[in-house]
Design a protein around this ligand. Structure first.
Ligand code: SAH
Length: 252
């Protein structure tokens, strides 16, 4: 059996309890070595076979899983953050289905949550934005034309941009072209929750210059939107004394 496990954004204690138990029992661990914190591998039991998928193709990953299955061992396929965003996980699940190998999926803390925690930010502020757009710039992996960054920017929602820290001038240009005013608050979060985490607060109009000054080119998220501003939001209805909920009677 194969267990897909979200490793979390970096800090080794941001793994779920279920993920930790699966790592400790696995006979084979295939980890995404470009981003998974190697400290997590300290949980592997003696004799566990380790593979770094950064150096492997999908075919090689599947062959390693089949080898473990033949030996009667469970495999943990360890993906950074949560496997469901930019995890290349669906193609593995479908291939395992075709091979008749059972699998399950244990979620993890995505880096976009780690980044918000590091900044003390909430993406969904009443009166500011109630939507989070998770996207990326087209690089060698194309992005459908209807989802180009400038088109998404027109919503002026809270935006999290993955896999694009090496192209900050294009990120900035597209966000501006789409309609974010240049003074809109923005941030670069490098290696959220790792010891070497860096937080750079800036504006949409200064993203490229700020990234350049901080030397950030990879392993970072770009955040943009008024949710990063000072104040300007409404208080929640949920905790408003005058508001009645299913659990509490409102008082005028
Ligand atoms: N599944 C992962 C994303 C993998 S794609 C998740 O849920 O987070 C890889 C991209 O994720 C990187 O290029 C970077 O944009 C982002 N990323 C991953 N870990 C990060 C971290 N600790 N801090 C900031 N960005 C991170």
């Amino acid at each position: 059996m194969v267990h897909f496990v979200g490793a979390g954004p970096g800090a080794p204690d941001l793994l779920t309890l279920r993920g930790a138990a699966l790592l400790e029992r696995a006979g084979c661990i295939i980890y995404a070595g470009s981003l998974v914190n190697p400290a997590l591998l300290a949980r592997a039991k003696d004799g566990c076979v380790l593979y770094n998928s950064a150096e492997m193709t999908l075919e090689e990953v599947l062959a390693a899983i089949q080898k473990a299955e033949t030996a009667g061992a469970d495999t943990v396929r360890l993906h950074t953050g949560d496997p469901c965003v930019y995890g290349a996980v669906k193609e593995q699940m479908d291939a395992l289905d075709a091979l008749g190998i059972p699998w399950d999926d244990t979620p993890g803390v995505s880096s976009f949550c780690g980044a918000a925690a590091a900044l003390g930010a909430e993406y969904t502020l009443p009166g500011v934005s109630q939507s989070v757009i998770i996207t990326r710039l087209a690089g060698r992996t194309p992005v459908p034309e209807r989802e180009r960054l400038a088109a998404l920017a027109a919503h002026r929602a809270s935006m999290v941009i993955f896999l694009s820290a090496g192209m900050l001038d294009r990120v900035e240009a597209e966000l501006l072209a789409g309609g974010y005013p240049p003074e809109t608050p923005a941030a670069l979060v490098y290696k959220a929750t790792w010891p070497e985490e860096k937080l750079v607060r800036c504006t949409v109009g200064t993203l490229a210059a700020s990234g350049e000054a901080a030397g950030i080119r990879s392993t970072a998220l770009v955040l943009a939107g008024d949710f990063l501003g000072e104040g300007g939001y409404e208080r929640s209805k949920l905790y408003d004394p005058a508001f009645t909920t299913g659990y509490r009677e409102g008082r005028a």
